[in-house]
Every structure is written in C-alpha cells, then in structure tokens.
Design a protein around this ligand. Structure first.
Ligand code: AQP
Length: 336
C-alpha cells in the first residue's frame, strides 16, 4: 500500500499489564517481523477495545502510555513502525460503525471470546463487547493489512474480519485487502501457570497464574516455582502433561530451541531444576526491557513527539481507506 511492501498490523488492549502470553503470542513476533524490511508495520494500543470492560479512567490512561513504552522497550522501533493509540484515529470508530452494518448477529453470537467474556463480566454484557469483532475488523482493514500476527485466541475474530472484507468487496469491488493471520507454532497459546488448560490472561484474578512483563526477577522465579505440573516426574512434551508442555514451550521460545531440544537438554532432571531454568531465562529476557522502560519513563517529550508523528501517519492511511468506503456506500463527500 505505502510502497511495494506488504502491510503488517496488530494491536493489544490496554486492559492490564501485558503478560508473557501477550509477549510470546504477539509482541515478540511483531518485533521479529518488523525487522523484516518487506513490511510496513502498524502497532496500535487498542484503548477503545479496552472500554468493553469497565475501567478506572486514571489507570486506563497510565496503562495506555505504559503499553506504548513497553512496545518500544521490547524492541519496536517507532521511527520504523507506526505505534499509535486507536482512540487518536477516529477513522477506527467510524469504519467500525459501517462494518457493523455488514456483520450479522449470528456471526457475532458464535464468537467464543464474547461467550467467555460475558461469563466473566456477567453484570456488564454491553453492546461493545458483542460488536468488538467489527471494531477489530475496522482496525485491520483501515490499513489494507496483509498480515496480522496474533495469538490463537484471536483466530476466530480474524476469520470474521476476512468474511466481512470479502462480503464488502463482493458488493463494492476491491476495497479491502483480505488479511492473513500469522500465528506462531509453539507460542500461539501460552497457558496459565495455575491452570495449564486455561489461557494465560492479563485479567486473571490469580496473580500466580500469569507472568507480567513488568514482574521483577524474584517474582518471575517464584511464580514459575509455583507452576502447576503433574505427578509423572518426567519432562516430556505431551498433551497429558499440559503444565510441563507449557513450560517447554516457554523455555524453547526464549532460548530459540525446539521442544525436542528442550526435552533433551533436561533429560533426567527434576521439575524443580527445570522450573528454575525457565524462570531465569524469562527474567533474563525481561531485564533489558525493564531498563529501557525506566529510561523511556523519563523521556516524556520524546514519547509525545513519537506519538504525534505516528498518530498523524496512522490517520493519513486510515482516512484514505475511510474516504473510499464512505464513497462506495453512498455517503456524500465532506466539503469542509
Ligand atoms: N496466553 C496467550 N498466549 C498467546 N497469545 C496471547 N495473546 C493473549 N493471550 C495470549 C495475544 O496477545 C495479543 C493481545 O491480546 P489482547 O490485548 O487483544 O487481549 P486478549 O487476547 O483478550 O488477551 P488477554 O491477556 O487475555 O487480555 P484480557 O485478560 O484483557 O482478556 C493478541 O494477539 C492475543 O491473541
């Protein structure tokens, strides 16, 4: 779109401090892919999505800025990748409304995340939670994205985005690029440390279930030591040992090793040694991120400058698509 490069798009909600799951399933892949010169990248803080769950305003504001800092601290280059806030580009909300009119109730009803989050927030099942996938489709389609790196939990939403794009294109011609998902093999779903059959989540109420990107070394090691495993006592990569399998996936991802290589490395070792090694590897990976984060926290002017430039860049490309969509559906041109 911007030149001959492909467009890569992804986002994270500012609903909490991001977890090792968000890092491995999404952010780490963003960093790798953004270093590939074949892509123009857009990485958004999806603060509008965060409103589908009740938030404390001051905390939401802080977490949004912290997430921008974490993107950069973890390795995204804001000169190269467009890092911005969803709420700063009004085209997201405008296109979401239009796409709502091209999304069926039956489709939204089938979304497993809606079912899960409705069960979790039974006293606040709002319309935004239900139409979340139309806003997500707008996020992605506004930038004519080719590739969207996500964890496996977002696969269903991405498939719906593709269906909406196809539906719109069939009626109005080739307006949207139909995006593909990019899902890592072993890091597509990092599981909770306390219930290895459940996804690791920012909003998990059990603090020992998730490793947070801002956890210090001692906390990380303590949480891994407490990780729920099994009574088999052997380090094997098997669905029958989901806790150990999860730890193998984490250790392999941090150390760039296949599950088979990890199993070989820890042959004959006990769970205690293995858990400690996983904890130390993760802590070592996070340490430089914390240092960069602290340094960025002192550079407010720099961050504001980056955000201003990137908000403008995002708005430029988003509005280009939005203008086209408005024209296609029959809205009268704005003469302002
Ligand atoms: N456990 C996970 N393993 C791998 N990938 C994951 N992602 C989330 N959890 C895992 C991926 O992280 C990206 C950002 O997620 P999000 O902020 O859009 O929200 P989410 O998917 O709802 O993540 P959480 O942590 O579970 O948030 P809450 O608790 O607020 O609902 C996505 O690409 C997601 O796939």
């Amino acid at each position: 779109m911007l030149n001959d490069k492909k467009v890569l798009y992804s986002a994270m909600q500012s609903t909490g401090v991001i977890t090792l799951g968000n890092y491995m399933g999404a952010l780490d892949n963003w960093i790798k892919l953004s270093n590939d010169d074949n892509y123009d990248c857009f990485f958004c803080v999806a603060d509008l999505h965060s409103l589908t769950v009740r938030q404390v305003p001051a905390e939401l504001r802080k977490r949004g800025m912290d997430l921008i800092k974490l993107y950069i601290a973890a390795g995204l280059d804001p000169q190269k990748s467009c890092i911005y806030f969803q709420s700063h580009v009004s085209a997201h909300a405008e296109l979401a409304w239009i796409l709502n009119c091209f999304t069926y109730m039956g489709e939204l009803n089938r979304m497993t995340q809606f079912k899960d989050k409705s069960a979790k927030h039974a006293n606040n099942i709002n319309a935004g939670l239900f139409t979340y996938p139309a806003l997500m489709a707008a996020d992605i389609l506004l930038y004519q994205s080719d590739l969207v790196p996500v964890g496996v939990d977002q696969k269903q939403h991405l498939e719906l985005t593709r269906d909406i794009a196809h539906r719109f294109n069939e009626i109005y011609g080739d307006v949207f690029t139909v995006p593909d998902a990019y899902i890592g093999k072993t890091t597509a779903k990092i599981q909770s440390l306390q219930d290895p059959l459940k996804k690791m989540s920012k909003s998990d109420e059990n603090p020992n279930a998730s490793i947070l990107l801002m956890d210090d070394t001692d906390t990380i090691i303590r949480k891994f030591k407490k990780a729920v495993t099994d009574s088999v006592g052997e380090i094997r990569y098997s669905d029958e040992q989901p806790g150990i399998k999860n730890l193998i996936n984490i250790y392999g991802a941090v150390n760039n090793k296949t599950p088979e290589e990890v199993v070989k490395e820890f042959e004959g070792k006990g769970y205690g040694d293995f858990k400690l090694a996983v904890g130390e590897s993760v802590a070592d990976r996070f340490k430089p991120i914390h240092e960069k984060f602290d340094q960025l926290s002192k550079e407010k002017d720099y961050l504001h400058k980056i955000l201003k430039e990137n908000d403008e860049k995002a708005a430029y490309y988003a509005n280009k698509t939005l203008r086209k969509v408005k024209k296609k559906v029959g809205l009268v041109e704005n003469f302002r």
